[in-house]
Design a protein around this ligand. Structure first.
Ligand code: ASP
Ligand code: MG
Length: 418
């Protein structure tokens, strides 16, 4: 039997009517001849509520009990989905993670898959069940305790099942109808993409396009799982939504396929640090130890060079998520106090945003950076930091120009037209 994985996010199973609506989509695929593995999230808002209950009960909670509590939302929707399918005459049963079993590492609330053996579910399919409804986001650790995968983890559960069972496709049903060239709230010219390459989606996901958990895209890329994002609130068919797939499956691609933006950025500059071998390690090791996610980095010649510092000095600038500024500052101050680094001043700019253009076509086309910078210059947007990768160019700019920059880049790269 061909097999499909269908995943329904929290808004798609938010109440009994919506579960019924989702179940009808499953039924349609069963009628088309598929065995289906359905992965469900908790009803929307449920996981937040459970996390809140844990924190109120025990501020320094035992991570194993946290997972025992927050994984329960998915158990409810899995059972309700199985019941709904049974009421429709579709042979279905629910599976909690441990019953499969979904074997994970021991890191509670950040567990990773170790193995998903097929035998138990395959046997039920052989017995005539058409649908296995699996609770997303959870698994079982080596010590037999329940684990969870991190927020948004049921996307990753879905991809892992698609890989383990060799599914024809992994359909992620959600409250948007696909992946867009940019955030449609920023420009009405944003266009839904029919297809996007894994690498591009990975960049967009990690840049804050919140459609999919980044790990799920990584996993899909590694195991070549064809992943589709589509709306559970619309009538859908094989061509709906956006297919995230290997580059080879995309006939024609633009040089740039997406413009991403991230508002919650901050820029930190260490003014006048020594320019010597080992200085970057001395700065970034304590930041890493403090759990700070450094993104962009620039080292430049300090203005003060040769003025009041006779030796060779430089400025070091880096960007961090805005909610990690205090942590980063503390790490730098401690390193300075311990004599590991020296700087004259630590300057924080919390009024910045990051805007990026993404496209696999950049590998083979030149001039993308120039076009991007020209478009920003035409709007009088000043660039503070630049970073590039093989398929991405990012700039840090004043936050108040973020929307303007996104709109200008969307136009400059002709993303409105298919
Ligand atoms: N319910 C979990 C969460 O909200 C997992 C998921 O929905 O993906 O994070
Ligand atoms: Mg989600």
């Amino acid at each position: 039997m061909p097999l499909l994985v269908m995943k329904f996010g929290g808004t798609s199973v938010a109440d009994l009517d919506r579960i019924k609506n989702a179940a009808q989509k499953v039924q349609r695929e069963v009628e088309r001849g598929y065995d289906v593995i359905v992965i469900v999230s908790a009803m929307s808002g449920k996981t937040n509520e459970l996390v809140g209950w844990v924190e109120q009960t025990s501020p320094l909670f035992d991570a194993r009990e946290y997972d025992a509590v927050v994984s329960s939302g998915e158990n409810v929707t899995a059972g309700l989905m199985a019941l709904t399918l049974q009421e429709m005459g579709v042979p279905a049963r629910s599976w909690q993670g441990w019953q499969v079993p979904i074997n994970t590492t021991a890191q509670h609330s950040a567990a990773r898959f170790v193995e998903i053996p097929r035998a138990n579910i395959d046997q039920k399919f052989a017995e005539g069940f058409k649908v296995a409804v699996v609770a997303g986001f959870q698994g079982i650790g080596p010590d037999g305790r329940i684990t969870t995968l991190g927020r948004g983890g049921s996307d990753t559960t879905a991809v892992a099942f698609a890989a383990a069972f060799g599914a024809e496709r992994c359909d992620i049903y959600t409250d948007v109808d696909g992946v867009y060239t940019t955030d449609p709230r920023i420009t009405t010219k944003a266009r839904k993409l029919d297809r996007i390459a894994f690498e591009e989606m990975l960049e967009l996901a990690s840049l804050g396009a919140k459609v999919l958990q980044t790990r799920s895209v990584e996993l899909a890329m590694r195991y070549k799982v064809r992943l589709r994002v589509l709306s559970s609130f619309e009538d859908t068919d094989e061509n709906s939504g956006t297919l995230i797939c290997a580059e080879e499956e995309i006939m024609e691609s633009k040089v740039v396929n997406g413009v991403a933006s991230s508002r919650d950025e901050a820029k930190i500059t260490l003014v006048t640090v020594e320019d010597r071998p080992g200085i970057s390690a001395a700065i970034f090791a304590p930041l890493a130890d403090a759990g700070v996610n450094v993104d962009m980095i620039v080292q430049n010649i300090s203005e003060k060079d040769y003025e009041d510092h006779p030796g060779s000095v430089t400025d070091m600038t880096f960007s961090v998520p805005i909610n990690q500024v205090d942590r980063a500052k503390r790490a730098m101050e401690e390193a300075k106090a311990a004599g590991q680094i020296a700087y004259d001043e630590l300057v924080v700019d919390t009024e910045v945003a990051k805007v990026s253009v993404v496209g696999i076509g950049m590998r083979s086309h030149t001039g993308v950076a120039a076009r991007m910078f020209k478009a920003l210059a035409d709007e009088n947007v000043n660039i503070k930091v630049i970073s590039t990768s093989e398929i991405k160019i990012s700039v840090l700019i004043d936050r108040k120009y973020m929307e303007l920059a996104v709109q200008a880049l969307h136009d400059a790269f002709g993303l409105e037209a298919a």
